[in-house]
Ligand binder design. Sequence first.
Ligand SMILES: *Cc1c(COP(=O)(O)O)cnc(C)c1O
Length: 349
Amino acid sequence: MDFFDTRLYGLEPYIPGEQPKSIKGLVKLNTNESPFPPSKRAIKAGRAAAKRLHLYSDPTASVLIGAIACAVGVDTECVAVGNGSDEVLAFLTAGFCQNGMIINDITYGFYKVLAKLYNVNKTVVPVREDFSIEVDDYLGKSGTVFIANPNAPTGLYLGLDKIERLLCQDESRLVVVDEAYIDFGGESAVALLPKHPNLVVTRTFSKSRSLAGGRLGFVVASKQIIDGFMRVKNSFHPYNVGTVTQQMGIAAVLDTAYFDYTRGVVINNREAMKDGLRALGFTVLDSKTNFLFVSPPDGNGKRLYDELRKRAVLVRYFEGDRLSPYCRITVGSDKQSAFVLKCAAEIYG
Ligand SMILES: *Cc1c(COP(=O)(O)O)cnc(C)c1O
């Protein structure tokens, strides 16, 4: 690693789920994308925007931010956007983790990578035996809390009363609630913002808005926090969200009918798949996301992954003591969900 910064020798980059070159014939349920294409209105807006690509994108993303603020029910000053919520999380790590970062041992794998990249001390809070997060375990710990709610890869959701208790434990401690999956049944912590200035909420268009490839995420927080966030953003990349993505994002936010229809289908399929798998003897955690965290009857997650793979179904398997009995399966279309159940019956029936 000639010339490479020695401080980064220990960096272990986040490993995203496999993105095969061709998904023809493949049931791709490994990275929690939407089974639905973007809204037709978004595609139309994206095409029109392509004609303006000789010009830079709007660095303030003002129209997009206006649309998001309106949808979420906050002032425009309380919203900022990023190139995916991964970039939003990176800016928060770079700018708001002076006292360190507090994360769970089982959560989104990117947080710990960011801590390392930005040289931030990290404190790890183990989740309980049943994968639940116990708010009392955060008492007396200092640093910025990063918590995915619902959590990944478990899918478990923490009620707002618990989030509020976390916020109240220490009002000088910032709490970042990563709500990548909130549109699939949970209640957003944005409602707590007026009472809790130490709250930051992040969201993405990648899961519930069918725009994973567009790379769009956003953050909701107090005006003061957004000001700090913008200082980091404008010191890193002022044009962080491209023109096509901004326009598609605006149209996607406005197409509420499509948003509600698509997430409704996913929620229904999730519940049906949960019941179907449980009937086959699987352990399935309750999920408020677009995926299920499941363990087959023999408790062998790797075998489930391999057997599904043989049948052209791609899911996510995580190594490690506590995760290896499980696989994470994205909830897809009606057809995809039915196929997964059919395969599971074939393998374990
Ligand atoms: C998918 C995901 C993200 C990242 O989303 P992008 O907007 O695509 O970068 C962030 N947090 C969690 C928990 C996720 O699952």
